[in-house]
Design a protein around this ligand. Structure first.
Ligand code: F6R
Length: 242
């Protein structure tokens, strides 16, 4: 794993956006895997700014999001559909029918997971996967204990993730208890992975990722087995990880 150290969150976001732009510009078709949460918001803001200034085209880009809550309609401000539209899709010329996010309201959720995985395959897999890191080591919504072999599936969120995500909701009771997520298997099939890590609260998780064992109890640890991972981390997250 390659580690890029940045002085702060903004620099981390700019470097991430520039890597994404570089891959977009140098391919005739590209499939991006996208993350939500607090960490990539500024990265999307840089991509939006670049579009305003340089009109980098997204006509040849397809996107697959990592995850979505089960039970939230798309127009709910806490759904990841809403998040993606707000922070990214509405800001660039990415055709809507080239954006994919799991449908957390599907009647048959198991079938939705299979169809999502199938759709990723039809796009020849993810070329560049953007990831954030959960404090407990989750990636996507793959919580500790998830099998490394799993593909898109339904998960029960852990108390720690529900608590971490409660900041976006009116109260913790409103945080959904289940989600659909791409599995560790799906993520590991990506050709390239960019993991963004920012802030003191991620310090221990980053330390464990870099120095710990590969263990299903710490899902992100599997990234040590991938051939093309770049971690971009700010100073707060890196502190004491040496
Ligand atoms: C989001 C996702 C999650 C987040 C992680 C970190 O699509 O899959 O794994 O990346 O929970 O969240 P933040 O960035 O809010 O700290």
């Amino acid at each position: 794993m390659k580690l890029i150290r940045t002085t702060n969150h903004l620099e981390m976001s700019k470097i991430a956006a520039n890597i994404i732009l570089d891959r977009i510009k140098s391919s005739s078709h590209i499939t991006l895997g996208l993350a939500t949460g607090g960490t990539p918001i500024q990265t999307y803001a840089h991509l939006a700014q670049d579009y305003q200034e340089n009109q980098t085209s997204y006509q040849h880009v397809s996107t697959f999001n990592l995850d979505e809550y089960i039970g939230l309609p798309e127009e709910d401000p806490n759904s990841y559909h809403y998040y993606m539209y707000k922070h990214f899709f509405s800001k660039v010329n990415l055709p809507q029918d080239q954006t994919f996010i799991p449908n957390g309201l599907a009647q048959d959720l198991e079938a939705e997971c299979q169809a999502y995985e199938e759709m990723i395959k039809q796009h020849n897999g993810i070329d560049l996967q953007l990831l954030g890191l959960g404090k407990n080591g989750h990636i996507g919504f793959n919580e500790p204990g998830t099998s490394f072999d799993q593909h898109t599936h339904i998960v029960s969120l852990t108390q720690s993730t529900i608590q971490a995500n409660a900041r976006f909701f009116d109260s913790i009771e409103h945080v959904p208890r289940h989600s659909i997520t791409m599995g560790i298997g799906s993520i590991m099939e990506s050709k390239e992975i960019l993991l963004l890590v920012s802030g003191k609260e991620k310090n221990q998780a980053l330390n464990k990722l870099i120095h710990g064992q590969i263990d299903e109890q710490f899902p992100a640890s599997i990234l040590n087995r991938h051939e093309n991972v770049t971690i971009i981390a700010d100073e707060d997250a890196i502190m004491d990880t040496n």
